[in-house]
Design a protein around this ligand. Structure first.
Ligand code: PLP
Length: 379
């Protein structure tokens, strides 16, 4: 099988799985228990946080909260910050290119009375900084932006947004870094919170992180026994939390080498695909290298995904989350991609385990699929 759907999820690394099993076997204790074994578990939990701080170079600027994934981290940060600021700053700025785990939180907050403002996106799929500037005021309590878009791979100007927010101290700045970690450098300056999902970087599903600069600025959305600074009540899942550190360390250590390897594959694929009539690359040239969105004018994305699947190549239409919903992709729409090209778009996404042989295998499969479809394609 040629697996090119790494933006949806990745294969867990063997040592991450081994760590998960070993901690389950040897240290299954509750870190909140007062006995010796519980204390040992608590120590390990705290050591894991110190390690994460070092791996990411956080220099103690953030509290680290273990979560079940980025959906939970995004909910926790966005609702937590919005509720905290509601009495004095109830406006929120977001764009339509965010992941549903952000956009649906926003829609929920709007129903609760928050005022949402949508910032424009350029034809390159980037946040329009001038428009953002014009939307800012002292009533804005929350601004959220992903670092790398999960549909196109486009990188957002996080440092520039952070710089702009310097003049608005009431505004909490949240960054969804799910598709950025392990692929491109992260920006922490003036970022108040950041989300990650372990399974996107060869960790396990159900494993995530939230970094928060000031936990007192977040209202808890999960109530109970008060674990994780009172932000995430519930018995701590030590095996899953220790295992994510392993995955994170590898992802960060291998980042630059992986980035340049995937850049080569990306360039290679672009050069190859450009030679086919009716095939258009939707991902801007300077996007993160692991995601390549390609449009076929005249054939539906689902038909293409099935045709590739028959050739043993696994890829997706837009994103796994929205590909079953059957509506036009907002990210591509906001970039001005023609509707017929959006309907026929597929996402090729690579990861740490993608090899040159996979790329060559994809090309061979592509030629077969293209042969079947070419009569239907508009030029
Ligand atoms: N944010 C982005 C940019 C994503 O790509 C995803 C998953 O596809 C998420 C958030 C949600 O992650 P999870 O499904 O692991 O909670």
């Amino acid at each position: 099988m040629i697996y090119l759907d790494n933006a949806a999820t990745t294969k867990p690394a063997q040592d991450v799985l081994d760590t998960f099993v070993k901690v389950n076997q040897d240290l299954y204790f509750n870190p909140n228990s007062p006995h010796q074994a519980g204390l040992q578990a608590e120590q390990l939990l705290q050591q894991a946080k110190v390690q994460i701080d070092r791996i990411l170079g956080l220099e103690n600027r953030y509290d680290i909260i273990f979560t079940s994934g980025a959906t939970e981290s995004n909910n926790m940060a966005l609702k937590g910050a919005a509720y905290n600021r509601k009495p004095f700053a109830d406006e929120i700025i977001v764009s339509v290119i965010e992941h549903p785990s952000v956009l649906e939180v926003m829609r929920h907050l709007e129903e609760e009375g928050f005022k949402l403002k949508y910032v424009n996106v350029t034809t390159e799929g980037k946040i329009d900084l001038e428009h953002l500037k014009s939307l800012m005021s002292s009533n804005v309590g929350l601004v959220t932006c992903m670092q790398v878009n999960n549909i196109t791979g486009q990188e957002q100007p996080i440092a520039e947004i952070a710089q702009l927010l310097k003049d608005y101290p009431k505004a909490h700045f949240h960054v969804d870094a799910v598709q950025a970690i392990g692929k491109v450098p992260l920006t922490f300056n003036r970022v108040d919170s950041m989300s990650f999902s372990g399974h996107k970087f060869n960790g396990l599903k159900g494993q995530g992180l939230l970094l928060a600069r000031n936990i007192h600025n977040l209202e808890p959305v999960i109530h109970g026994g008060g674990q994780e600074y009172g932000l995430r009540s519930g018995t701590v899942n030590l095996p899953i939390d220790i295992a994510i550190v392993k995955a994170l360390k590898q992802a960060v250590q291998q980042r630059d080498a992986l980035n340049s390897r995937l850049r080569q594959y990306n360039n290679d694929l672009r050069a190859f695909l450009q030679t086919f009539r009716g095939v258009k690359i939707n991902s801007p040239v300077n996007s993160a290298p692991h995601i390549l969105n390609v449009g076929f004018d005249g054939v539906k994305g689902e038909v293409l995904v099935n045709a590739f699947s028959k050739q043993n190549v696994m890829l997706s239409t837009t994103s796994a989350c929205s590909s079953k919903r059957g509506h036009l992709n907002e990210v591509l729409l906001s970039m001005g991609v023609p509707e017929s090209q959006i309907e026929g778009s597929i996402r090729i996404s690579m990861g740490a385990l993608t090899s040159e042989a996979d790329i060559e295998g994809f090309k061979a499969a592509f030629e077969k699929v293209y042969e079947e479809m070419k009569e239907l394609l508009k030029s």
